[in-house]
Ligand binder design. Structure first.
Ligand code: ZN
Length: 403
């Protein structure tokens, strides 16, 4: 790398170890590559505000840690030596898991948010925590054998449809899975040996969509994810996720949408998730389990009028709920993920017309209602963000965890 020297001309700490500012600088550069994609050193210098020699030193250190790779650029035809491209090493991998009542989605996600492998493992019954761990262990071994590049698993992230104490890694209540007070992180760490982080699936999906998806750069967003385990919500207010006093906030699936609806496990009746329900649709369609991304094409192909009628009923209820959320949060965007994104695709006019006609006009005029850009990958990518968070906030922690 003849363009740059590794000597320090910035007047900073030449070694850097233990210097808090040095760790902050490393974290800043790693985050820029992780979210923003590959950049050359000149771009990193310009975008970070740090000087050229500091960038050279930080990149060199992260190459040694194995967190970033430098590759020779293609010939550009421009006079002068082109600058090597720096990118996050997608061989640094998080194993990401999203258990549902009928399947377990498992992904190997590389640093930089790239899904190297995604497997949807159908289960014969609702999986227990131990059954999930056994499936994950097998699928990860198979997947690692199939991935070409050398992978180094550094952590696991679990996206659970339920109420999670994130700081303890404990699933307090996941009603559809039947999990109660399950120390999921501790159980996985004991069996598989990876540092493990657990959070609510919709909250992780919201983070993924805000970083990489349709909501990138938006500050006020409502996110709704629909799966067999009901409807999870996430709300971004002024750039920050709404969490509530115990971190359980934004349970938008448990807002009341109709009197006299079906009983909900939360103790109420007629919640959004009992009235807009993938399970109710699948019952009519006679399907036991589908990939949420396939729902729209199955509905469109279906000749059964009851299916269309049920889809329309669910679209109307969803639209009324969205118009209420618009009044409360005044968002710039509403993101629909999982089977809700498929419902939108089946008949966008019906949903959007009803949202606009039943909303407070001044609030709804500019709101975009869109499908999640990451489709059903968003939960796994969100889980990877959670799993990578210690490394992203302190890249030198990877060296310590290897020691
Ligand atoms: Zn409820």
């Amino acid at each position: 790398m003849p363009d740059y020297e590794f000597s320090d001309r910035s007047g900073g700490n030449a070694n850097g170890a233990g210097d808090p500012q040095h760790r902050i600088n490393l974290a800043q550069i790693l985050a820029m590559l992780h979210v923003g994609g590959p950049q050359n050193r000149a771009e990193l210098t310009r975008n970070s505000g740090l000087n050229r020699s500091t960038i050279a030193r930080l990149v060199g250190e992260m190459v040694k840690l194995g967190l970033v790779l430098e590759t020779e650029p293609r010939e550009t035809g421009v006079v002068g030596r082109p600058s090597p491209l720096v990118r996050a090493n997608d061989g640094v991998v998080a194993v990401c898991v999203n258990p549902d009542v009928d399947a377990i989605a498992i992904g190997l996600v590389g640093l930089g948010g790239k899904i190297l492998r995604r497997v949807r493992h159908k289960t014969r019954r609702v999986p227990s925590v131990n059954e999930m761990i056994s499936v994950v262990s097998k699928v990860v071994q198979q997947s690692l054998a199939e991935v070409d590049e050398e992978c180094r698993i550094v952590a696991m992230g679990i996206a659970v449809p339920g109420i999670v104490r994130v700081d303890q890694g404990v699933v307090e209540f996941a009603p559809h899975l039947g999990w109660k007070d399950e120390p999921v992180a501790q159980l996985i760490e004991a069996r598989l040996g990876f540092p493990t982080f657990v959070a609510n699936d919709a909250n992780l999906g919201t983070i993924a969509e805000q970083l990489y998806g349709t909501a990138a750069g938006k500050s006020d967003v409502i996110y709704l994810n629909g799966s067999r385990s009901g409807i999870g919500g996430g709300v971004i207010v002024d750039g920050h996720p709404l969490s509530g006093v115990h971190g359980f906030g934004a349970e938008l699936g448990h807002t009341s949408v109709t009197r006299g609806g079906k009983d909900c496990y939360c103790g109420r009746r007629g919640c959004l998730e009992t009235e807009v329900s993938l399970s109710r649709l699948l019952d009519i369609m006679g399907e036991a389990s589908i990939d949420p991304d396939d729902l729209g094409s199955l509905v469109i192909a279906s000749k059964d009028r009851r299916v269309r009628r049920e889809v329309n009923r669910q679209l109307d209820v969803l639209a009324d709920a969205i118009s209420n959320f618009i009044s409360i949060f005044n968002p710039e965007m509403v993101v629909l993920a999982g089977f809700l994104g498929e419902l939108l695709e089946v008949n966008p006019e019906r949903l959007l017309d009803r949202v606009m006609s039943s909303s407070f006009q001044q609030l709804s005029a500019d709101v975009e209602v869109v499908r999640a850009g990451l489709r059903s990958q968003h939960l796994l990518i969100g889980a990877a963000e959670l799993a990578f968070s210690p490394i992203l906030s302190d890249p030198t922690s990877l060296a310590r965890s290897n020691a």
